[in-house]
Design a protein around this ligand. Structure first.
Ligand SMILES: C[S@@+](CC[C@H](N)C(=O)[O-])C[C@H]1O[C@@H](n2cnc3c(N)ncnc32)[C@H](O)[C@@H]1O
Length: 255
């Protein structure tokens, strides 16, 4: 459950299957962490959820403060990172409750679009050290892949104007318009996700964007996808993804 009324995206029902979602491309994470130029950077991971990105940051030596408003997601995240160099906090991207000027890096793993982005950028600039970096990343399924195109067609048969909204948009304009960051660099790292069919179908049940737009049709769209994929008669799928991200240095002298 999420008790903060400022949270517009409630992940409670999606939490149980969220861990089946694909990992980020390791090279993308390497590049983000290397940007800090430190062996143990201090990182605020915002909207950390089930710790998908947090786990990657910890495995690269980061000291992490993970911020997550949703109890169900946070509990899974805390379990997955137990014993790691991480402290969990209840908070939101727009109001983390974290210390001013304390972090080398602030990360949003698939969570930037759940925030009021200009407010989250102001809060990010507040908690960053100088020098310090903001990054937001997502995994985009390659919609040109034949199977993915078929799945998209199934979705659009029931939601003709289905769209991915902010998460598939260029984030550079909102970052630059904040006036708080230098021009961002863009990351694009492909990753092939080989996954048991049952896991891939389960992961659709944690798809927040589909759930929001499908409304009462969510279960029937999931059933359509299940039927289509199970009819392929295979145990495993190869799903091409691209980890897409933006990295921007906070401007000196602003907090
Ligand atoms: C798509 S999940 C991403 C989880 C994880 N960071 C990852 O890399 O997969 C988005 C997370 O953002 C959280 N969230 C929702 N509104 C938020 C807000 N305003 N600020 C920060 N996080 C928020 C959700 O509860 C959810 O756990």
């Amino acid at each position: 459950m999420t008790t903060d009324s400022r949270v517009k995206w409630d992940y409670t029902k999606l939490a149980a299957t969220y861990t089946q979602r694909p990992p980020y491309a390791p090279k993308a994470i390497d590049r983000i962490v290397a940007t800090c130029g430190k062996t143990a950077p201090r990182v605020a991971d915002i909207g950390a959820g089930n710790a998908h990105l947090t786990v990657d940051l910890l495995s690269r030596g980061c000291l992490v403060d993970a911020v997550e408003p949703n109890e169900a997601m946070r509990e899974i995240g805390m379990d997955r990172t137990a014993g790691g160099t991480v402290t969990w906090h209840v908070g939101i991207g727009e109001d983390t409750g974290l210390e001013t000027g304390a972090y080398d890096l602030v990360t949003f793993g698939s969570s930037f679009a759940t925030t009021d982005r200009p407010a989250a950028l102001r809060e990010t600039a507040r908690i960053l050290r100088r020098p310090g970096w903001f990054t937001c990343i997502w995994n985009h399924r390659d919609l040109q892949d034949p199977l993915q195109a078929e799945v998209e067609a199934l979705i659009r048969a029931k939601i003709p104007d289905y769209g991915y909204g902010t998460r598939r948009e260029d984030q550079a304009p909102v970052i630059e318009e904040s006036g708080l960051f230098e021009t961002p660099t863009v990351l694009r790292e492909p990753i092939m996700h080989r996954v048991p069919v049952s896991d891939w179908l389960a992961a659709w049940r944690s798809h927040g964007i589909l759930e929001r737009q499908a409304g009462a049709q969510f279960e029937s769209i999931l059933a359509d996808i299940d039927r289509h994929v199970l009819a392929l008669g295979v145990d495993e799928l190869e799903i091409p993804y691209v980890t897409v991200g933006w990295i921007a240095a906070v401007r000196e002298g602003r907090s």
